[in-house]
Design a binder for this molecule. Structure first.
Ligand code: FAD
Ligand code: SIN
Length: 556
């Protein structure tokens, strides 16, 4: 079999979303960086982000207010130091994005900043600020209703122009290479095993530093707002390598995903409720006031549970979002992409109500990191949605995720900068040719995918119970055995890797959910509906790490 030769980089970043691109750009002045992405570069959640980026830019707003809103939504589990770090640096992140040329929407309506890459002459106070759920001020910076696309395209363009950044598209990281020096010395990440998606060849890439920027795991659920890439690969790789993960039970369900047979995973931004859109039952009556005094702008856990409750009570498939009372021009200018997509499906949002349902949206838990993005393994960093930093607690407030991606990527770049001068390449890592020549049965893989995602939706969804969690655990155990067997026997493919990772991560979600004997934030269990007096994170540690270098089963 042919092999891709091993390559060496100062920093190998896995993932080309907001977190990965930001770190690459920040590190390119002092390091040779590789940016690895499975499928195409834009296949992360970042590209699809709609609402925007939370930051304090208005004199009437304050950092204290943003911190309090974040902590209050986080249900007692936010780490205050991390909240202060991210909130305190969000405005600087927005300034940097403007300097990169991100065309954010301005207060004067349709006019958009055309950044020239220097940010010269840009007055941040001219940016339009949107409102989203549970924020006590307008503080969401956005590019109409396609903020993620604007951010991705701008950062991608800047990174493509930078000779220190080397893109590797269509490559799936399958496991981390970890050196075990022995005699009490710390374990060190030395690189990554990578699958070439097209040729299905596996090779090792060496790096002084490896960064997981692989996004979340919402594909574990049958209905999700996320793209296919969200299979929890970074969490699974880190776990197999010996890192702790935390708070995996806190899976955020976005209340308003478009409900239409021909629309897959299309979000209707919370910012639409920020502009006055109302949630209605099929008979036109509003219901949110019955659940929370903030009505449609209550936090996401409350709105999603209210919709779940009402649809089940009435035996309906969906509820409706209604913005028809607002002037058509405002709706079209403010939400041009949603307007266009819905119109393609026969829904004119200036005249028709939008059918919506909750769908899995964000993974609050993940790989345990500190404020510099450092994990439990030396020279292994993690940034973005794949992490557990302590920022979100038991429930993420809207638009804090992108802020976290930028701010922690800045900190991680600074941390690596401080270490890189004293860091050598770790010594060669062998390629691991995959001797399994036979291709597996794709139908079995896709059936396993469906079963896993349906099981998680049915038993580990918005409302949980002990018996549902036990049932999920039994089903997942069986699925994991089948997937493991398939993985052991057949030639590796990206689908198989993602399924293997999702099965592991789904198991971590169920285990964490089972361990929480209370209802808090996004985790609601009918058998334990109350809050425990003490708020505590659910931190899981792998029973043993797999020695990927010396052990003979790097991919099992
Ligand atoms: P991603 O953008 O998901 O990127 C992950 C990258 O890793 C991808 O390039 C992927 O291909 C790559 N990857 C994964 N596994 C591997 C592997 N094994 N090998 C190689 N590459 C791999 N948050 C906000 O703050 N504001 C919003 O308005 C907002 N709107 C949203 C709307 C939608 C529809 C969705 C889905 C999410 C939204 N979020 C929003 C959440 C936010 O977009 C994400 O949390 C954030 O973009 C995550 O960025 P990231 O860089 O961590 O990961
Ligand atoms: C949205 O636009 O509603 C998504 C915002 C977020 O997930 O933070």
């Amino acid at each position: 079999m042919t092999r891709i030769p091993s390559r060496k980089f100062d920093i190998l970043i896995i993932g080309s979303g907001a977190a990965g691109l930001t770190l690459a750009l920040r590190a390119a002045s002092f390091a040779r960086v590789a940016l690895l992405s499975k499928a195409s570069l834009e296949q992360g959640a970042t590209f699809y982000a709609q609402g925007g980026i939370a930051a304090v830019l208005d004199d009437r707003d304050s950092l204290e207010s943003h911190i309090e809103d974040t902590v209050s939504v986080g249900g007692g589990l936010c780490h205050r130091d991390m909240v202060e770090h991210v909130v305190g640096n969000s405005a600087a992140a927005v300034k940097w994005l403007v300097e990169q040329g991100v065309p954010f929407s301005t207060r004067s309506g349709a006019r958009i900043l055309r950044g020239n890459g220097t940010g010269a002459g840009v007055d941040l106070s001219s940016l339009h600020l949107a409102q989203e759920g549970a924020h006590s001020h307008r503080r969401i910076i956005h590019a109409t209703d396609a903020t993620g696309k604007a951010v991705f395209q701008t950062l991608h363009r800047r990174a493509s122009e930078n000779p220190a950044i080397h893109f590797m598209e269509g490559r799936t990281a399958l496991d981390l290479v970890v050196h075990e020096p022995g005699a009490g010395a710390a374990r060190r990440c030395a690189g990554v095993y990578v699958l070439d998606d097209a040729t299905r060849e596996v090779s090792a890439i060496e790096a002084k530093f490896v960064v997981l920027a692989t996004g979340g795991a919402s594909k574990a659920y049958l209905y999700t707002t996320n793209p296919d890439s969200a299979s929890g690969d970074g969490i699974a790789m880190a776990w197999r390598a010996g890192c702790r993960v935390a708070n995996m039970e806190f899976n955020q369900f976005h209340p308003t995903c478009l409900f239409h047979p021909h629309a897959r995973s299309f979000l209707i931004t919370e910012a639409m409720r920020g502009e006055g859109a109302r949630l209605e039952l099929p008979d036109g009556s509003r219901f949110m006031e019955r659940f929370d005094g903030r009505g449609e702008l209550a936090s996401r856990d409350i709105v999603a549970r209210a919709i779940d409750h009402e649809t089940k009570r009435l035996g309906e498939d969906c509820v409706y979002l209604n913005i028809t009372h607002q002037p058509s021009e405002l709706v079209r200018d403010r939400f041009p992409n949603i307007y266009k997509r819905c119109l393609e499906l026969g829904i004119d949002i200036t005249r028709d109500r939008i059918p919506v349902v909750p769908a899995a949206h964000y993974t609050c838990g993940g790989v345990v990191i500190n404020r510099h993005g450092e994990t439990d393994i030396e020279n292994l960093y993690a940034v973005g949605e794949t992490t557990f930093s302590g920022l979100h607690g038991a429930n993420r407030i809207a638009s804090n995720s992108l802020s976290e991606c930028f701010v922690i990527a800045f900190s991680a770049a600074d941390s690596i900068h401080g270490k890189i001068g004293a860091t050598d390449f770790p010594g060669s890592s062998p390629d691991r040719p995959d001797s399994r020549a036979e291709s597996g049965d794709d139908i079995l893989i896709s059936h396993n995918w469906d079963e896993l995602r349906r099981c998680m939706w049915d038993y580990v969804g918005i409302v949980r119970s002990d018996s549902r969690l036990r049932r999920a655990e039994r089903r997942l155990e069986l699925l994991r055995e089948e997937i493991h067997e398939h993985f052991r026997r057949y030639r590796i493919s990206r689908d198989m890797l993602e399924l293997r990772n999702l099965a592991l991560v789904a198991g971590l979600i169920v285990r964490s959910a089972g361990a929480r004997r209370e209802s808090r934030g996004l985790h609601f269990n009918l058998d334990h509906p109350d809050l425990l007096p003490e708020a505590a994170d659910t931190v899981l540690a792998p029973p043993q790490h797999v020695d990927l270098l010396r052990g003979d089963q790097p991919f099992s």
